[in-house]
Design a protein around this ligand. Structure first.
Ligand code: ADP
Ligand code: NI
Length: 215
């Protein structure tokens, strides 16, 4: 098993050499670490979870005209090539296909404990201190304002409007980051998410305080 994991690490690091910062190798390493942390207290197939954590972002559909089948296909070809048994390969592919935030909005076709673990691990990387850093990094990349008090954070802008109006990064907390805690699957994931969620609330309070010139 260790041999397969090591080969997968090398494969993923190579594939993500030029990846954007939100989904680079370090994101994968953090999700992998989160997966191992969750597995300390959750029962699931270890090989499936670790392989999925490593392979879940090798082809972001946003950069492939929304084609969500490319990631699972490349992952499958790689895993077959290093001799992983077909049932494991298929399981990893199904999880990758179904794991995105979009899938959780209603199009879930597949479910397993292993999916729960890795999805939690991925979501944990979108909240807390890392989540804050990733959000502002993304907002900076899109040249968005960090905050605009004239655009209320409760404003429920549709995805399309978001693209057009260049919603400030603080709005993204209310649109997504603060909702993730209640989407966690496993008890372990829920506990870790609760701590990271609280950290974001503290951050926001401090942010508004400083914005308004309080000391
Ligand atoms: P995922 O990997 O969960 O599919 P995305 O590709 O949507 O997430 O986003 C990658 C990172 O960029 C995440 O940390 C996410 O919170 C952040 N992000 C996505 N959209 C925005 C946005 N409109 N403003 C700020 N950050 C964003
Ligand atoms: Ni991810």
């Amino acid at each position: 098993m260790q041999d397969i994991i090591e080969k997968t690490v090398v494969f993923v690091q190579d594939r993500l050499k030029n990846a954007e910062a939100g989904h680079d190798w370090w994101h994968i390493q953090r999700v992998w670490n989160n997966t191992k942390l969750i597995l300390e207290t959750e029962q699931a197939d270890r090989l499936v979870c670790e392989l999925t954590a490593l392979l879940h972002d090798i082809a972001d559909s946003k950069f492939h005209d929304g084609d969500e089948s490319i990631g699972p296909r490349i992952a499958g070809e790689f895993l077959e090539g290093v001799g992983v048994e077909p049932a494991t390969v298929e399981h990893v592919q199904k999880i990758i296909l179904n794991m995105s935030f979009k899938a959780s909005l209603g199009e879930v076709h597949f479910h397993s404990k292993e999916l729960e673990v890795v999805q939690d691990a991925d979501r944990l990387d979108a909240i807390g201190a890392i989540g804050i850093a990733r959000a502002f990094n993304y907002g900076g990349f899109k040249n968005r304002e960090i905050y605009n008090p004239d655009i209320p954070v409760e404003t429920n802008l549709s995805k399309e409007m978001y693209k057009n109006t260049q919603a400030p990064t603080i709005n993204h907390f209310y649109e997504k980051l603060l909702l993730l805690r209640d989407k966690m699957n496993t008890d372990t994931g829920k506990k870790i998410a609760a701590d990271r969620h609280r950290f974001m609330e503290v951050f926001l309070q401090q942010f508004y305080g400083e914005w308004n010139g309080e000391r």
